[in-house]
Design a protein around this ligand. Structure first.
Ligand SMILES: [Zn+2]
Length: 333
């Protein structure tokens, strides 16, 4: 059963994170008409989760007096490795037991609507490009700096995927070959130098050397987090500033590599660390890149900006999937 798309159509949008699922009903202009959040865990079986999502989405529509007949498709953003064209999730860190699941079909069964899936960083980049900071910027890169580091890369409005769909792993670009070990098995990857865990690790190492810092107390109470380190840097704590410098150094090398490789019009920085520390990171990053880029780069015309849509970027991207792929409407600019 397919509801016919029309100007008042609604997209049913899901963004699944490590612990939370965001649900949204979004119209073609990009207005979130209704939204809900609920907690998910790794125990969910594929069909159980899909049925729960469909039930919750229908209740959400009822609650906001939205006619379910207006809903014309499902957009689903998640972490993991997947075949987006065929709707297959190979593995997902959020749902540890899932292997080679045709989640597109499972969603279509439970919603009785066409469904599209997308990797979370790509969905967020699509959202930012449709309604956020990325509008009319091509190529556009959303660099997400949080617990890990990832990216969505849009060239002429198309996601850069590579031949097996694994392109864009900017977090595993090697910055310092002798740097700290990374989750991927390598050393000195951008993620091992500038992600949230990398930043707190760097601070802990300096504190272990016995350095004087306002961070010693939270460190000894095992409460050291990136927001606390950022706050200390704002208070000009020398150790915290040194950690920021270390992070800026790694990010600016990585971003210079990206600029040399792809000549983006814009790199937007999102994620908990990227946005939480934007006031500390962005200007120093711009300055460091300006010193590193080759003379052929028009760096003055290259925008390095904070992402705009925050936690909603993935939901907007999921809506864009529905409008672009299911409704066949080219709304990309
Ligand atoms: Zn790595």
């Amino acid at each position: 059963v397919r509801n016919k798309p029309d100007p008042i159509s609604i997209a049913a949008c899901v963004d699944i994170g490590g612990t939370k699922a965001l649900l949204g009903l979004i119209d073609r202009q990009g207005n979130i008409l209704a939204r809900e959040m609920f907690y998910v865990n790794a125990e969910y079986q594929p069909a159980t989760l899909a049925v729960e999502l469909a039930d919750r989405m229908r209740s959400l529509a009822d609650q906001y007096n939205l006619d379910w007949k207006r809903v014309c498709g499902v957009g689903y953003s998640t972490t993991g490795m997947m075949d987006v064209e065929n709707g297959i999730i190979f593995t997902s860190p959020n749902q540890g037991g899932w292997r080679d699941i045709n989640y597109g079909h499972i969603l279509e069964d439970s919603f009785k609507l066409p469904a599209r899936i997308e990797m979370d960083a790509n969905a967020a980049a699509l959202g930012e490009s449709w309604l956020g900071v990325g509008k009319k910027n091509n190529p556009f890169i959303l660099l997400i700096v949080g617990t890990g580091i990832g990216a969505g890369i849009l060239i002429d409005g198309n996601i850069l995927r590579g031949w097996r769909g694994t392109a864009g792993e900017i977090g595993h670009m090697c910055i310092h070959p002798d740097g700290p070990p990374c989750n991927c098995g390598g050393r000195g990857c951008l993620e091992s130098l500038a992600s949230g865990p990398a930043i707190t690790l760097q601070a802990r190492q300096l504190l272990n050397e016995g350095r004087v810092s306002s961070l010693m107390k939270p460190f000894q109470s095992n409460l050291l987090t990136t927001p606390i380190i950022f706050d200390a840097a704002r208070q000009k704590d020398p150790l915290a500033l040194e950690v920021i410098e270390y992070c800026v150094d790694a990010l600016s090398i990585g971003m210079t590599n990206i600029i040399h490789l792809l000549n983006p019009k814009m790199i937007a920085i999102g994620g908990g660390v990227g946005l939480g520390g934007a006031d500390l990171l962005l200007e120093p990053i711009r300055l460091a890149i300006s010193r590193r880029v080759g003379p052929w780069v028009d760096f003055a015309g290259t925008h390095i900006v904070p992402a705009q849509l925050g936690n909603d970027a993935g939901l907007y991207g999921a809506a864009w999937l529905v409008w672009n792929h299911i409704d066949q409407v080219k709304i990309f600019n």
